[in-house]
Design a protein around this ligand. Structure first.
Ligand SMILES: Cc1cc2nc3c(=O)[nH]c(=O)nc-3n(C[C@H](O)[C@H](O)[C@H](O)COP(=O)(O)O)c2cc1C
Length: 236
């Protein structure tokens, strides 16, 4: 299984250890090839809102040299893992900056056909609050990129450091990682037989309708035309 991880931080803290536990659990059952990006090291910029990605194409982003290796790895993977600690009741700023750079591949713009066959996983930890909202921020990107099935691993660790977590709780987290890994492996085994999310089909049809009328962004429209999506073809 090809896995791409985006770490929304550089610390080897609780979120990183949760992510590692899941990778280890998956690796016990299948061969894995893991590509990891850690932020801000691998994308040390904020989106500047220049609209070049939307209007001229993703290669025109001033930060394309950082963004495109991430986007390509995502496209080549079977499982996409987004991992962020809770900061101020949401994802870390560096994770949000990365997700902003990838907005051009939302279904409202130029989704990649490859995304529609992928599994996603969001991983987050908090001292106490904010798991739901943080998970949702990452899940929304995966969902609007078109990802087929999304898993969530969210743990209230009540700690500033992984080492502070009592042994018993760390064991529970590791057991929980096994359960998440089993779910992912089952879904990967089902492949094309996985249920197609109704919301995704509905949104895709709405976006196709919108792109047919699109006279404001030829780059987006051409993308949809080229894939045959304006003549009824579907990526799922
Ligand atoms: C800048 C910052 C903001 C944080 N904001 C919150 C918060 O809003 N709610 C909360 O319960 N914990 C918050 N925390 C605690 C972390 O979410 C928690 O310790 C998390 O497990 C850290 O993950 P890590 O070990 O992977 O870095 C914050 C920590 C930092 C450094």
């Amino acid at each position: 299984m090809k896995i791409t991880v985006i770490n929304g931080g550089m610390r080897h803290g609780s979120t990183w250890h949760c992510k590692e536990a899941i990778l280890k659990a998956i690796g016990e059952h299948t061969e894995t090839e893991v590509t990891e990006f850690s932020l801000p090291r691998d994308l040390p910029h904020f989106c500047v809102g220049c609209y070049q990605c939307f209007l001229k194409g993703e290669q025109s982003c001033p930060h394309a040299a950082f963004v495109q290796p991430i986007a390509q790895a995502l496209c080549q993977s079977d499982l996409i893992m987004l991992a962020s600690p809770v900061y101020g009741l949401d994802v870390s700023g560096q994770m949000k900056a990365c997700l902003d750079h990838l907005c051009y591949q939302w279904m409202s713009h130029r989704p990649s056909a490859a995304m529609f066959r992928k599994l996603g996983l969001v991983v987050t930890t908090t001292a106490g609050m904010g798991l739901r909202r943080t998970g949702k921020t990452m899940r929304l990107s995966l969902k609007y990129w078109g990802v087929q099935k999304i898993f969530t691993f969210a743990k209230p660790v009540a700690a500033m450091r992984w080492e502070e977590i009592p042994d018993r709780k760390r064991k529970q987290i590791e057991q929980s990682a096994q359960v998440t890994a089993s779910g992912i492996l089952r879904a990967a085994g089902r492949g094309a037989r996985l249920r197609k999310p109704f919301f995704r089909s509905l949104l895709f049809a709405m976006m196709a309708g919108m792109q047919k009328k699109n006279d404001w962004n030829p780059t987006d429209r051409e993308h949809w035309e080229k894939q045959g999506w304006l003549s009824g073809a579907r990526p799922y």
